[in-house]
Design a protein around this ligand. Structure first.
Ligand SMILES: NC(=O)c1ccc[n+]([C@@H]2O[C@H](COP(=O)([O-])OP(=O)(O)OC[C@H]3O[C@@H](n4cnc5c(N)ncnc54)[C@H](O)[C@@H]3O)[C@@H](O)[C@H]2O)c1
Length: 355
């Protein structure tokens, strides 16, 4: 059955994206936030400035007045340290058909994950974590090319999400700096390791899709910052990863790089595939490089709102039974959360951690 209604927790940056995407698909949308000021900002500032006009089809509520009923989809777009408590409360009170939790699934402590996993399974709820890049058109084509032997046998896979967080603060003008939000606290799910965990997730995605399996070992070097403001975060995290099926590669995530660099690189015996997120204002791209021939660039046009429309469409397709296994599944998101946790453990103890 198609999705008809969605309830979104959090009227912040991602809440606006998900509400807009849901409306483009014709769904009824309820957004709730514990902060009435966030609801005002959504209606009067963020939504109209991003999408042109406020949409009266979006119903706003404070957390206390939000309807508690069986929605087709519940999205949790709050800071990471609230994801699991809200998810558990929702599953106990109003289990929806599907639940999408934003990335990272939770802080590195992984507190509450076991309970959440049990609840999702017992209630028969389809779970997703919002690592939306893996359902992008360019990512899907990248996998098809690699599977089809475009660069021969695959030797190594690297992913980098390196981006100064000035862009994030630009989208949150009401914050004066990292200390004002979870972003400035790695233990709350912020910092480079949490905020840019799209990279760890994308590395796992490629390894799953290309038959190398999940990461089995990780070694991390992480640079932690303690600011006078009280902020305590990692601004640079680099990882070496291995899978049980013999793949070895690297992931780098940071919040210091300008201009940003979000790339995946699949090196094969016969050449290299590069996935470049936001290659140009036009969209993402894949570059195919082989020794002795000119590089071929394929562009996949998209604008930022398209990422989230595609994500919502993907969730609906899974619920409709059109897609059997989702790369955005809760299990994959949990796998990434474990890698984040193991990365901190590795950095702290200076050793390779078995997953
Ligand atoms: N997939 C993506 O590309 C993407 C993009 C942006 C953000 N995110 C993720 O979305 C999450 C939120 O980020 P953001 O930038 O939207 O943050 P934000 O600060 O803009 O918004 C978060 C909102 O949640 C509200 N909130 C906090 N606790 C709440 C609770 N208990 N109940 C209801 N509302 C609550 C806050 O008042 C705030 O309005 C983070 O996990 C972030 O990593 C993902």
């Amino acid at each position: 059955m198609p999705v008809q209604n969605v309830k979104i927790f959090g009227a912040g940056s991602i809440g606006n994206h998900l509400a807009h995407a849901s409306r483009q698909l014709g769904w009824s949308v309820v957004v709730c936030d514990r902060d009435p000021e966030a609801l005002r900002r959504m209606r009067e500032e963020i939504y109209p400035s991003r999408y042109g006009d406020w949409d009266d089809g979006i119903i706003l509520h404070t957390s206390e007045t939000a309807p508690v009923e069986k929605f087709d989809l519940v999205c949790i777009g709050t800071p990471p340290d609230f994801h699991i408590p809200i998810a558990v409360e929702v599953l106990e009170a109003e289990a929806p058909r599907a639940m999408q939790i934003e990335k990272p699934l939770c802080p590195p402590s992984l507190d509450g994950c076991d309970q959440l996993s049990r609840l999702l399974e017992n209630e028969g709820v389809a779970g997703f974590v919002g690592y939306d890049h893996v359902v992008g058109e360019a990512a899907e084509t990248l996998v098809e090319l690699a599977r089809g032997g475009a660069v021969g046998e695959i030797l190594t896979i690297d992913v980098e999400f390196r981006e100064h967080w000035a862009g994030i603060f630009g989208a949150h003008p009401w914050l004066s700096g990292p200390e004002d939000s979870y972003l400035g606290f790695w233990q709350r799910g912020g910092g480079a390791s949490g905020e840019h965990s799209h990279a760890l997730n994308f590395w796992s995605f490629l390894n799953h899709e290309l038959g190398f399996g999940p990461a089995s070992r990780i070694s991390a070097a992480i640079r932690y910052r303690e600011e006078d403001s009280g902020a305590s975060y990692d601004d640079l995290a680099s990882y070496h990863l291995w899978t049980g099926n013999g793949m070895q590669g690297r992931v780098v995530q940071d919040v210091v790089t300008i201009p940003s660099k979000k790339e995946a690189l699949i090196q094969g015996v016969e050449g290299r595939l590069r996935w470049i997120c936001n290659h140009s204002p036009e969209g993402d791209a894949i570059v195919i490089e082989r020794p002795g021939s000119d590089a071929e660039t394929r562009v996949f046009p998209k604008k930022r709102p398209d990422d989230f429309i595609r994500e919502m469409r993907h969730i609906e397709a899974v619920l409709d039974g059109e897609i059997e296994e989702s790369p955005m599944s809760y299990e994959r998101g949990l796998e990434t959360a474990r890698l984040i946790q193991a990365g901190h453990e590795s950095a702290r103890e200076g050793k390779v951690i078995e997953i």
